[in-house]
Design a binder for this molecule. Sequence first.
Ligand SMILES: [Zn+2]
Length: 88
Amino acid sequence: MTVRYSKPRSGDMQRTTITTTPPKPPPSLPCPSCRADLRYRHSYVSGMPGQRGQWDAFFCESCGPFEYYQRSQQLRRVDGGIADPGRP
Ligand SMILES: [Zn+2]
């Protein structure tokens, strides 16, 4: 599944693709808080020239949404539970 959407940001359009088949396979990670297996949801792939990047959205049943950044290899908890701007 691949869905494209455009997010306007101060005049210019930034293209980000949401996909479940990203270029880099999402890692399997335990939740840093409760050690349960995080569930993979989907990935965001930035298509901006020179700024190619990928980050993956995960979800813990107990702790909520997380994002994993491929570039920095960092797992970050998403505050507020709103991690899905592209979700219908
Ligand atoms: Zn957890």
